[in-house]
Design a protein around this ligand. Sequence first.
Ligand code: FAD
Length: 494
Amino acid sequence: MPETFSSATNSPDDGPFRSRLSFDLDVDICVVGAGLAGLTVALEAARRGASVAVLEGRHVGWNASGHQLGTVMPGYSLPISDLIERVGIEDARELWALSKEGADYVRAAATEEAMPGIALTEGALEVSNVDAGETLISRLQTLSEDFETEVEGWQVDRVRDQLGTAHYFHGIYYPRAFQIDGRKYIHGLAAQARRAGARIFEDTPVVSIDPSGIRKRIVTPSARLRASYIVLAGNVHLGAPLRRLSETLLPVWRYAAVTEPLGERLGEVITFRGSVADSDGIDHFRIIDGDRLMWASPETTWEARPRRFAAVIQRRIATIFPSLGKVPISDVFGGAVGVTVHGMPQIGQLRKGLWVASGFGRHGLNTSAMAGQIIARSILWGEDRWKLFSPFELVWAGGATGRVAGHLIGLWGRGHSAAAGALARYREGARVRERVREARLAEANRQAGTRPPRRPPGAPRPVRPQPPRPAEARDGRMPDVPSQESEKIRDGSV
Ligand SMILES: Cc1cc2nc3c(=O)[nH]c(=O)nc-3n(C[C@H](O)[C@H](O)[C@H](O)COP(=O)(O)OP(=O)(O)OC[C@H]3O[C@@H](n4cnc5c(N)ncnc54)[C@H](O)[C@@H]3O)c2cc1C
């Protein structure tokens, strides 16, 4: 017999809210995990009239979802060229369109009225560490022509003018991308889900599930639930309920820092106000609160205390922006993202009534929003767009060996990117030096052409050209244009 839960603290009027589920419960949909993915599924399903319970082992936004930079862009962790190669241009287009829908969803949800202080700002810039103008042009064409995405190509000068560093070359500007306060967003999402009728229980880890049968069973340390549908949105921490699913994700902890206010000097160095990310996925930063830098870069494949990375980020900022020097850090944070072997998120139905939404990597804001909508509509309206993700199967991420390999690949990628960047900047310097040398040579040649050549030893002294006579000046020729005669004298033939 279904039992209902009621709690005085479970008010739709949000506020700081923590409530552990300690009663048995019967719902249409049970969502495991109150991160971006789980909360979007819950919100969308509750809006469509389903009874929804979200079970969160810690608290809302405890992991990556509450510790991100808030940049919302179209696309996936998998580069667009690989996506096309994997599924062909038609499906790649549809997948890309879905990722744009996800970004639009966040934009519509993240209004100042709905989420006060969300501080939405426009535009994001992807910059290249190497001088790859040709690649840039072909990517611009693919994005704008084949994938109908608004983009602008920025030349090196423009990138450097706005970013005040010689580290970057060309850039792709996404005027429709935007950024928001990431923490406000996740809590705003939870508030909207509650208002729509979803119940969110924190400090309620799911320890096991039994997905067989029409009514599925979910067990927590203090309660049991029954639900027609389970959505697993626990990302890398899912653990016991379906360990084999957790093992298809490589956990990557990414760390970020916020500087102390840097005053006017920050605006003098960086005039660009949107998010900046390099095309190798190493650095990602933006200005917040007018004069602070928020910067994400270091990664590990094991959990570490974020504070340890303050100095690393400080050095990174000084490397990219030497004119800022060593900036004081006020906060460091981090979270684990789930990286799949193929780079695409896990969205779909594992068996009847058992759904998964995870593996969003560093591209979680738009893709988790997209997943939330797709899954809620599939469950309640029978849509089948999730099948576009079926080519991206659940592939074992290699366990402990996978983590070591992931770490080494990460190190190699960073080292490779740094070396390629250094080489590109060296080449650029060499080209500038070469241009200066050529200009000097040309100038020397020009001067040599106007100066009398050296007289061979013993040759008669040349006759000095006579100043033009007034008659020559009067016959229409400018006095400083040499006559044929004076030319002959100059080249020594007279
Ligand atoms: C430093 C950093 C910066 C980032 N910047 C950006 C950015 O600018 N833009 C962007 O798009 N993405 C960004 N990301 C990525 C983005 O944050 C993630 O992709 C996204 O938050 C993943 O959301 P999720 O809901 O899948 O997972 P999570 O946030 O991990 O949420 C899963 C939740 O499930 C809970 N859970 C797990 N197992 C259980 C269980 N058994 N029972 C109950 N609860 C459980 C966990 O406690 C957790 O709260 C960034 C990530 C980091 C770390």
